[in-house]
Ligand binder design. Sequence first.
Ligand SMILES: NC(=O)C1=CN([C@@H]2O[C@H](COP(=O)(O)OP(=O)(O)OC[C@H]3O[C@@H](n4cnc5c(N)ncnc54)[C@H](OP(=O)(O)O)[C@@H]3O)[C@@H](O)[C@H]2O)C=CC1
Ligand SMILES: O=C(O)[C@@H]1CCC=N1
Length: 270
Amino acid sequence: MASGKLAFIGAGQMATALAGGMVRSKQADARQIWASDPDPKARERFESAIPGANAVAETAQAVIDAETVVLAVKPQYAGEALADAAPAIDALTLVVSIAAGVKIGSIAAALPDGARVVRVMPNTPCLIGQGASAYCLGPHATSEDGRRVAKILGAVGMAIELPERLLDAVTGLSGSGPAYVYTVIEALTDGGVLVGLPRDAALRLAAHTVAGAAAMVIETGQHPAQLRDVVTSPGGTTIAGLAELERGGLRSTLIDTVAAATDRSQELGR
Ligand SMILES: NC(=O)C1=CN([C@@H]2O[C@H](COP(=O)(O)OP(=O)(O)OC[C@H]3O[C@@H](n4cnc5c(N)ncnc54)[C@H](OP(=O)(O)O)[C@@H]3O)[C@@H](O)[C@H]2O)C=CC1
Ligand SMILES: O=C(O)[C@@H]1CCC=N1
């Protein structure tokens, strides 16, 4: 990946997040990055977010001679995007799909026999090197392809390899997860405003509280319940807040949220 053309089909949010993260982490040279997108505004945004990168209307132009092709269109457009790319794909091309729900089998079926396919589910914090991704190798992808993908994803956050049957669950948890957490941060901020904090102070306190708590889980390796107990003084403020949180059903709502998003990912793959 340090050398070689990298082509994104679709120059939207996720292509921009991944390409931007890779350039920032020096995993890719911006001039080697190409993207195709029918939307001129998306092309403009991609090129201005990643100075030196090339965004074009035609997929054939973006993918020709690419070492790695990343399918980064909405799942509904995957078929047509792959049809445009297929003539330029051969055994030398590594095809990485980030499309939610779209199975390796259906990607491979749209490409020449023997295509090397890796399915990935990243998330938007890849843009700032804090992504959480999972990936799965297709039948013709090599262990070197696996190392390459792990290196790319590792440069923009953490990544784990999982069997393909679990990638819809990953989509429901970490792929979509940033949106849940933004909602939590926004709601905490509103709570702060309700009790008298200026909005900007409340937002900063809420976001850093979420970031700090997540870092505690990651860095201490302690169970979240143990860490919560340390915050929760007998007869204190936290237990008063937690009692209300349980009455509101946050825990079961979040469980149902992940399950609903996983179901939707499965539907997109049918
Ligand atoms: N957003 C996220 O947090 C995550 C998204 N994903 C997956 O990444 C993929 C991209 O999502 P996201 O970046 O959010 O979507 P976006 O809509 O931001 O980007 C997709 C882009 O692809 C363009 N496009 C449509 N058809 C084609 C085509 N045939 N050839 C080339 N470009 C095309 C779209 O143009 P137009 O708008 O005109 O249709 C759009 O600009 C999806 O499959 C999604 O499931 C995975 C993980 C996280
Ligand atoms: O909402 C979606 O479908 C995509 C997939 C994961 C995050 N965003």
